[in-house]
Design a protein around this ligand. Structure first.
Ligand SMILES: N[C@@H](CCC(=O)N[C@@H](CS)C(=O)NCC(=O)O)C(=O)O
Length: 219
């Protein structure tokens, strides 16, 4: 009988941050159990969840062998890479400090200049409706879009010199963009990527990875 994987991911397959972790687990070739939580019923806000899983009341949370727990999607992805180094795709270069520095630079780029605007647009256009909080504030959307356009102009310059954000190889810094980038395309904002030739090619390269297709197929 196959041995049960020690890895359990608490979240839901439709959530952007859960998908980020699923893509990483798939890149690493790790089997895992996705333990869905009752998100619409607010399980993530219950005292038990706050106590046992995530004190900030969000998903996802990962539990590894011997009950080791880690939360925050990007931290979970980094943990998986370090713990399972040598398995699957190498997602953070650690042999060369310069390569690692450039990886950190690219990872910081995502969280500083992409995520706030991309997630801001998706929050207005998608999540607000889902939560019954009314219509999108289009002035906010326009402001996020203007900032994202400025950021992607810089991405275009970077990606005209190298295939991935940290250099020659695909890393977590690229992968971190996938969930919100994919939402932008789904809501008709794909031109943000399409209108810049190098960004367009990069986006096609990273979205065609099996790991991302796997994460999406689990939705
Ligand atoms: N910084 C966190 C964000 C987690 C997060 O906001 N998760 C969303 C689902 S994608 C959530 O649980 N939202 C529920 C809420 O905000 O109440 C991470 O990267 O894990």
């Amino acid at each position: 009988m196959a041995k049960k994987s020690p890895i359990t991911l608490y979240g839901i397959a439709q959530s952007t941050c859960t998908q980020r972790v699923i893509a990483t687990l798939t890149e690493k070739g790790l089997s895992f159990t996705l333990q869905s939580i009752d998100f619409s019923g607010g399980e993530h806000k219950t005292p038990k969840y706050l106590q046992d899983k995530h004190p900030f009341g969000v998903i996802p949370v990962l539990i590894d062998e011997n009950g080791f727990k880690v939360y925050e999607s990007r931290a979970i992805c980094r943990y998986l890479e370090m713990k399972y180094k040598g398995k699957g795709t190498e997602l953070i270069p650690t042999k060369d400090p310069k390569a690692q520095g450039l990886f950190e630079q690219a990872a910081s780029t995502e969280i500083s200049y992409f995520d706030p605007y991309a997630s801001g647009i998706v929050a207005e256009r998608v999540f607000k409706k889902m939560k019954g909080q009314g219509e999108a504030d289009e002035a906010k959307v326009a402001s996020h879009k203007a900032e994202l356009n400025k950021s992607l102009d810089v991405y275009e310059k970077i990606l005209s010199q190298q295939p991935y954000l940290a250099g020659e190889k695909f890393t977590l810094a690229d992968l971190f963009h996938l969930p919100y980038g994919t939402w932008l395309v789904k809501i008709g904002e794909g031109d943000l990527f399409e209108c810049r030739p190098h960004v367009k090619d990069w986006w096609a390269r990273i979205t065609s990875r099996i790991s991302w297709k796997t994460a999406q197929a689990m939705e």
